[in-house]
Every structure is written in C-alpha cells, then in structure tokens.
Design a protein around this ligand. Structure first.
Ligand SMILES: Cc1cc2nc3c(=O)[nH]c(=O)nc-3n(C[C@H](O)[C@H](O)[C@H](O)COP(=O)(O)O)c2cc1C
Length: 316
C-alpha cells in the first residue's frame, strides 16, 4: 500500500485457530497497521452453522485464544469488532463478560463496538443494521468500566458533527460506515478540517478524480484480471450523490464498464455527464449533525460492571 493509504487495518474472520494464524502470516508482507477480528457480522453466510462473525461473541474464551494467536503472529496492534449482544444474550453484563474475558486472555486493548445487538433469527444483514435499536449508553458504560481499554464507537453516526460529539464524550475513535459510503463527498470531505483541525485544502472532485485516476490505472489488473475497472471505480459511484448529473453519470458508467480498458478512458467517457460547476466546487458546508443523538446516553447508562469479574474468572 502506498503511504497515503496508511493507516490501513486488515479484518479477518474465522473460527479455526490454525487458519487464523496462517491468515495473519500471509498478511505480513502487505504491511497492515492493525489486525482486526470480525465478531460482528450477522450474515447467515458467516454466522450460520456456528461459523464466525457475531456468533463468536457467544464464545469469548475462543475469541481470547484467537486474539492471542493473532497477536503472537504479528507485530502490529490487534483489535476486535463486535456488537453489544446477540439475540437474548443482550445484557450489559454479558457484554462486559465478553470484553473482560477477551482482554484478560489476550493482548487486545481496542474494541470497535457496533452499538446494537445482532439478531440471528433470519433477518437480512441490512435489517440487522436497522432493526435492533442503537444503545450508545452501553458503549459509554464500557468506557467507564474498562478505563484501560480503548473503545471506538460505531452505528448510525452520519456527520462530522456527530463524530465530534462522540469524541467529546470520550470515545477513542469513531467508525462511520454507510454514511461514508453512500455520501462520501459530504461526509468525508470535512474530516481533515473538522476532526483533525487541518487547514481547508479547497480540493475539488475534479482534483480528487485526477489523483484517483493515476492510482486506479496503476493497480488495474495488477493480479491477472483483478481488480477490474468496476472494482476500482466502485468506491466512487456515490461521489455525486444527489447532485445534478448523478443519474446520467451512473448510466454512462454502466455502459463504460462493458468496454473501457483504463480508468482514464472510463472518466473521459463518463464525466461529461457532470456539470463543470459541480466538478470544480470545493466541498460545501458540512451537513448539520443531529444534536440529540447522544442526549440521553449518559443518563441511560447501566449500573457499573464490577462484582461479576471474579465470577467470570472462576467460570473461565
Ligand atoms: C455493505 C456493507 C458491508 C459491510 N461489511 C462489513 C465487514 O466486512 N466487516 C465489518 O466489521 N463490518 C461490515 N459492515 C458493517 C459496518 O462496518 C458497520 O458496523 C455498520 O454499517 C454500522 O455502521 P453505520 O451505521 O455507520 O453504517 C458492513 C456494512 C455494509 C453496509
């Protein structure tokens, strides 16, 4: 990966310690900055048949072992991405038991918490990102009860204002999923200034795409016929979300995928659909965040996790 792409985290999934060790070994030459274990995916493809993903939350001892195996095979930090519970295993104490066991049995110090539980009753992965309610109070209670660990908040955060509000309440980090993917220009265009305090670069989408073209053409077909034009362009497909020209651009893109051989020719053929004033505009005002997102969070926090620690140790 080029320097601009760092820091970059590899996420792995699995339920076999040997295979997990092999995956970490294979990843070494790529120079990832962190290795993360997926304990949050509810898809029946991975969670079904007792496989991996969020089902692993039901077996914290295994996750502790897996994290130790990962840590033993890498020099970079390790982390766990999980939910706040699974089905009726959704009490705050069970979540704490998971975090406590995994962090006691392994060098894991960083947890990324998708702050809703997962339902394994056959609803789709998309429904599993909407139906179970968000409980940010569990996230902030974890911070209170495990002050030596780092927690990154995830789930339903859409703007830099909301990310900043989460950071002000003490979150170590904020993970933004769908909003960054579905509306990248407005969601991510402000991150450097609004979160990291960098001076505004005034960069436009035309400039972003010029740089992306150089990168895209340098990696196209690097591994046989992968990545394809479609795979390289996919992260850009929502760059003009709700802007004039977006619909025609997508239609041109569909046609161009069929015959273009380079990212340059793809852009030459399709970007004519986007008006110049859109391509040359710097990122506009950040959309306002929902001020009430965390409003009741602190008052709803569950009682502290304390006395059960001994019990967990005895059961281990
Ligand atoms: C299309 C799609 C693919 C995802 N794939 C993964 C994945 O491979 N690993 C993971 O930990 N989470 C994955 N997620 C979940 C997100 O990381 C995140 O936890 C979830 O979308 C909630 O955050 P959000 O409300 O900001 O979108 C995926 C989400 C979407 C929409």
């Amino acid at each position: 990966f080029s320097p601009e792409q760092h820091p970059i985290v590899l996420q792995i999934g699995g339920n076999n310690l040997n295979n997990i060790a092999k995956a970490v070994e294979l990843a070494k030459p790529y120079g990832y900055d962190e290795i993360n274990l997926n304990c949050g995916c509810p898809s029946s493809k991975v969670a079904g048949h007792g496989c991996f993903g969020v089902r692993l939350m039901l077996d914290p001892k295994f996750v502790g072992e897996a994290m130790s195996v990962i840590a033993a095979n890498t020099d970079v930090p390790v982390s766990v991405k999980c939910r706040i519970g699974v089905d009726d295993h959704d009490s705050y104490n069970e979540l704490c038991d998971f975090v406590y066991k995994v962090s006691s049995l392994s060098p894991t110090r960083h947890f990324i918490i998708h702050s809703r539980k997962a339902l394994l009753n056959g609803i789709s992965p998309a429904e599993n990102r909407e139906i179970p309610p968000l409980k940010y109070e569990y996230f902030y209670a974890l911070m209170r009860d495990f002050p030596d660990l780092r927690f990154t908040i995830n789930g339903g955060i859409k703007t830099v204002d909301e990310a900043n509000a989460a950071l002000r309440l003490g979150a170590h980090g904020v993970m933004v999923g769908r909003s960054a993917y579905q509306n990248p220009w407005r969601t991510l265009g402000h991150v450097d200034t609004a979160i990291y305090g960098a001076p505004s670069s005034g960069i436009t989408r035309r400039q972003v795409l010029e740089q992306y073209q150089v990168y895209g053409d340098s990696i196209l077909g690097k591994y046989g016929n992968r990545p394809s034009i479609r795979e390289v362009v996919k992260p850009l497909l929502h760059l003009f979300y709700t802007d004039p020209g977006n619909g025609p651009w997508k239609r041109k893109a569909d046609a161009a995928f069929q015959h273009c051989k380079t990212i340059k020719s793809f852009f030459d053929e399709t970007l004519v659909a986007i008006p110049d004033y859109i391509l040359d505009a710097p990122v506009a005002e950040s959309p306002p965040g929902r001020e009430d997102l965390f409003v009741n969070t602190l008052s709803l926090m569950p009682p502290p996790y304390e006395d059960t620690e001994q019990k967990v140790l005895l059961e281990a």
